[in-house]
Design a protein around this ligand. Structure first.
Ligand SMILES: Cc1cc2nc3c(=O)[nH]c(=O)nc-3n(C[C@H](O)[C@H](O)[C@H](O)COP(=O)(O)OP(=O)(O)OC[C@H]3O[C@@H](n4cnc5c(N)ncnc54)[C@H](O)[C@@H]3O)c2cc1C
Length: 461
């Protein structure tokens, strides 16, 4: 086969892959290519050499083998919520057609790589079962879970990756493997936290929890309450039991459809809250925050677990965004004051949202079966997102970096794999301890001998 360059021999070589797959292959310029190659964050421009919309697990096998034979890097995309690099010249495997979703009333689910949490939540609702999704049900189960998956009930139930029973995965050596804790313990360890460093997951099977209802939602306060509510939240968090998971959002939402009138165009603060025990206890624990100011909106109530996406109400539509995140050792009163001083009202902050998530509880315990997910002992996560496309993007990113510097006294000095998109290999590496990174790199060398998954992931050694 001719080597694939940007010009020479390209069509002929891709034709050989095209003839081996049930799905559709799009090369740059083909109708359909741009739609598939555009991530959720449209400020990230990607330019893969081609996109294979895989229809079967065997298509993924063919793609990986083809890439190895032609010296291409391979990347994978389901929803595009966390694309890690520009994918320049790579073969992108798009998984949205791998859409099988089985929910067993006995308490487990099996999902194809293209399935989002939205589908799982809907399929679980009638059975009173809950999957450990993140704040945005629009992300894929595979992408989220392979990065650990730390969501709005994490303090009660830990990380989503701790609930995985098995994966089907195409490793870099072009083999489709069924991976369990018993059958391939090393791979099972690395796939739970290592994202796509070792292969492309085609199926995830995971346990569900019996949790039909939660006491959950958000309290929203106005501009004048931002400092007081942030300070009160910092003092309230350490008092909470593991049944409660909370985050604080400093928000500047634009006036647009879907944004409630009291919040539109204003600087507000939201206290997000999920209580997994009974509602009366949940209300008792929340009482200090209800009293921290006069809420503009009090949307905390008993709701079906399937509506958990309402707690954060993350944007669903694609948008141009500049994201940044880090982990914190603490969120003391001083930290709260510093954060408000850096991004509060009257600072001219360009960030749409600056969010602090409380970790701890069940998340900080090591799981029964160890995994590559690190930094479970971080106390809080700090995340910011600004709506920005070039040329404003660097200014928003610089501002976010400044906010993180302002919080230096509380920096944990690491990140999480699901929040390191855009940081390249270095950002991704910061998601792991040196020991875990070394073990992942060793596994990558074994399972991905041609370093096909080299883009923004763990370097093989
Ligand atoms: C609005 C928003 C809210 C979020 N909330 C949370 C949250 O609460 N908790 C949390 O932990 N994360 C959260 N995230 C991060 C999110 O979980 C990651 O970005 C995740 O990677 C998205 O997966 P995806 O497949 O939907 O995205 P994609 O951009 O399609 O994929 C991102 C990456 O996931 C990996 N991946 C995807 N599919 C596969 C596969 N089949 N096999 C192997 N690897 C794969 C790859 O490394 C890929 O580069 C949030 C992100 C956004 C944008």
């Amino acid at each position: 086969m001719e080597p694939i360059g940007h010009q020479t021999g390209r069509l002929a070589a891709f034709d050989s892959l095209r003839s081996n797959v049930a799905g559709t292959l799009y090369e740059a310029g083909d109708p359909g290519y741009a739609e598939l190659a555009t991530p959720w964050n449209v400020a990230v421009r990607t330019s893969p050499a081609a996109v294979l919309e895989a229809a079967t697990a065997d298509d993924v096998v063919q793609a990986v083998r083809f890439a190895a034979a032609n010296g291409l890097a391979v990347a994978v995309q389901a929803t595009g919520h966390g694309i890690a690099s520009d994918l320049d010249g790579a073969l992108l495997v798009h998984t949205r057609q791998l859409a099988g979703c089985t929910v067993d009333p006995g308490g487990w689910a099996r999902t194809g790589a293209g399935v989002t949490w939205k589908t799982v939540l809907a399929a679980c609702a009638d059975h009173g079962l809950a999957g450990l999704c993140g704040s945005s049900p629009g992300v894929s189960v595979a992408g989220y879970t392979s990065g650990g998956g730390i969501g709005p009930v994490a303090r009660t139930f830990g990380a989503a990756s701790d609930r995985v029973r098995s994966f089907d995965v195409v490793t870099g050596d072009g083999r489709l493997r069924h991976v369990t804790a018993k059958s391939e313990p090393d791979l099972f360890w690395g796939l739970r936290g290592g994202k796509s460093s070792l292969g492309i997951i085609t199926t995830t099977e995971f346990s569900l929890l019996p949790l039909p209802y939660i006491y959950a939602g958000a309290l929203f306060f106005g501009t004048d309450s931002v400092a007081d509510v942030t300070a009160a939240w910092s003092q309230w968090c350490p008092t909470l039991p593991p049944e409660a998971t909370t985050s604080l959002g400093l928000m500047q939402l634009p006036p647009m459809p879907g944004v409630p009138e009291p919040l539109a165009g204003k600087f507000t603060v939201a206290v997000r809250y999920v209580y997994t025990g009974n509602a009366d206890d949940g209300a008792r624990w929340l009482a200090p925050m209800r009293a921290a100011g006069a809420p503009l909106i009090d949307a905390v109530q008993t709701m079906p677990y399937s509506m958990i996406g309402l707690v954060h109400s993350d944007p669903e539509d694609a948008m141009p965004a500049s994201e940044a995140s880090c982990l914190l050792t603490d969120f003391s009163a001083d930290a709260a004051e510093t954060l408000v001083g850096a991004v509060g009202p009257e600072t001219g902050s360009p960030q749409l949202l600056v969010e602090v998530r409380q970790f701890g509880g069940a998340l900080s315990a090591e799981p029964e079966i160890a995994s590559a997910l690190c930094h479970r002992d971080a106390a809080f996560g700090l995340y910011s997102v600004g709506v920005a496309a070039p040329p404003e993007l660097p200014a928003v990113a610089d501002h976010a970096a400044g906010v993180q510097s302002a919080m230096n006294a509380w920096q944990f000095g690491a990140s999480l794999p699901n929040f390191s998109a855009g940081g390249g290999a270095a950002g991704f590496a910061a998601s792991y301890t040196p020991d875990v990174l070394a073990r992942l790199s060793g596994l990558a060398a074994h399972y991905d001998p041609d370093s096909l998954f080299r883009l923004g992931q763990v370097p093989a050694r």
